[in-house]
Design a protein around this ligand. Structure first.
Ligand code: ZN
Length: 475
């Protein structure tokens, strides 16, 4: 089989090759940027959804589902929002043979589908907070090069929308969402940066945006998701008001929290290596692959032994596949490494006789595993594997960032750069020009490792009001 491109020097080629070799997505559908979820990729997506649902519902959010089509007049109610999305939407202008009186938008995000209904649901302060989420497909007319999971036109999307009593309660919801994301990212073994975007990169219509970014290669970063504080920017035009205990009418303050299939792209990009994809066990389509090694006269006892290993793990709730096809074991190992399976158990005559299976994790660590303690041992190995995956990714995050003191140091950046910024928009744009990318923003949470706070703006040299910011090339 062909070797994968080099991850370090040809990241995008490597990424595309891994997605294809692991059979996570089929890009041959005849609409650009609309890919097919394969059975294997769909399993990963379902596991990702399960983590998102678990963590958001732990905060009291409830699932809903709103329609896919939005009438133009509702879509256009919030000025900034429409300005930000106008060029990115697909329109439905005909129903059957007739032109529609009011054209419909295929939702690019669901504020404008949900808020007219929120205006009916929210009446009194007793209706608050209102925290709901949906996992649906959204659509964006993407004109740049599309890439599986990372930039697509039909997006598997998670969005939470909330209504709160006031600005402080909405700020608290943003904090709670950040905590929920921290738990999700931990399950995915993804370390990240939580950054408040500069005003010109704030979500259209939002008061402010906190985004989560992960460095992937060189100065390249991927946005994993974002949380937005809307204040009353949407509730005023959409009339989402409540009666306060004192009888006065007030607009709610709102927040949203958005995630998507990009998280799968981040898992491939951050954990993958020269041998293919590497899945954290919570997301892995199969956590354990059992490979019977059938050879010689003992062959007849091997297959039943392998089957009983798989059955016992399955009964314990593990996602297991028994690969009893007629390929050579070496070919199976190669294929499951490409596919990123966390743990491989080899069952051959020697293993049957000794009562010890050969266990190899996707990081290449090989050790015998007591058959008699199968379920407990597999649980322990997977826990240890996930911890090691997170440790390696955290080290990669630390190595991906370095301070820069002058704009010249941003040219041809091979890393994400930590810079001083006075907060002026002009200086921000100068920084973006120098790195040929974006000013990602200022840390909303302390970095996972310490860096010296800068003292001067890298663009104008001013020392007053200087904050630390990160500059990179978003994917
Ligand atoms: Zn400046």
């Amino acid at each position: 089989m062909a070797e994968l491109p080099d991850k370090r020097t040809a990241f995008i080629d490597w990424y595309l090759a891994v997605v294809e070799a692991a059979n996570l997505s089929d890009k041959r559908y005849p609409v650009k940027g609309m890919n097919v979820w394969t059975p294997y990729g769909f399993r990963a997506r379902r596991n990702l959804d399960r983590v998102m649902v678990r963590e958001i519902e732990a905060t009291g959010s409830q699932a809903v589902e709103f329609p896919t089509l939005i009438p133009q007049n509702e879509f256009a109610k919030e000025k900034e929002h429409i300005k930000g999305f106008d060029a990115q939407v697909f329109w439905v202008t005909r129903g059957g043979l007739s032109e529609l009186d009011i054209p419909l938008v295929l939702r690019p995000t669901s504020e404008t589908a949900i808020y007219p209904i929120f205006a009916l649901w929210v009446r009194s302060h007793r209706d608050l907070p209102l925290n709901v989420y949906q996992i649906v497909n959204t659509f964006r007319y993407e004109t740049k090069t599309t890439r599986p999971f990372v930039r697509v036109r039909e997006i598997h999307f998670f969005e939470e929308h909330t209504c709160q009593l006031d600005e402080a309660a909405a700020t608290e919801r943003v904090r709670s969402n950040r905590e929920a994301f921290r738990r999700m990212a931990h399950a995915l073994a993804l370390p990240y940066l939580a950054l408040r975007r500069p005003p010109w990169d704030t979500f259209p219509g939002a008061h402010y945006t906190v985004a989560f970014d992960i460095p992937l290669a060189g100065a390249r970063t991927l946005q994993l998701g974002s949380v937005h504080h809307y204040r009353d920017n949407f509730s005023v035009p959409y009339g989402i008001r409540y009666e306060a205990p004192d009888g006065s009418e007030r607009p709610v303050h709102q927040t949203t929290f958005g995630l998507s299939e990009r998280l799968l792209g981040a898992i491939v990009g951050a954990h993958g290596d020269a041998r293919g994809a590497v899945f954290p066990s919570e997301i892995a389509p199969y956590e354990v692959v059992v490979v019977p090694v059938v050879a010689g006269p003992s062959a007849s006892s091997v297959l039943p032994a392998a089957r009983s290993v798989a059955d016992e793990l399955r009964a314990a709730g593990r996602r297991v596949v028994l690969d009893d096809g007629d390929e050579r074991p070496g070919a199976k190992y190669y294929r499951w490494e490409l596919a990123g399976a966390p743990l491989r158990l080899e069952v051959g005559a020697r293993e049957v006789e000794s009562g010890r299976l050969t266990a190899v994790d996707r990081l290449g660590r090989k050790a015998p595993l007591e058959r008699a303690a199968l379920v407990a041992e597999v649980g322990r190995r997977l826990g240890d594997y996930d911890a090691e995956l997170l440790r390696r990714a955290s080290e990669a995050l630390r190595e991906a960032i370095s301070p820069a003191a002058t704009l010249a140091e941003l040219h041809d950046a091979q890393q994400v750069r930590w810079v001083g910024w006075c907060g002026a928009e002009d200086c921000g744009h100068e920084i973006e020009k120098a790195i040929d990318g974006a000013l990602l923003g200022t840390p909303e949470e302390p970095l996972p490792f310490p860096l010296e706070p800068p003292t001067r703006c890298i663009a104008c040299g001013r020392t007053e009001g200087v904050r630390a910011a990160l500059a990179a090339q978003p994917m």
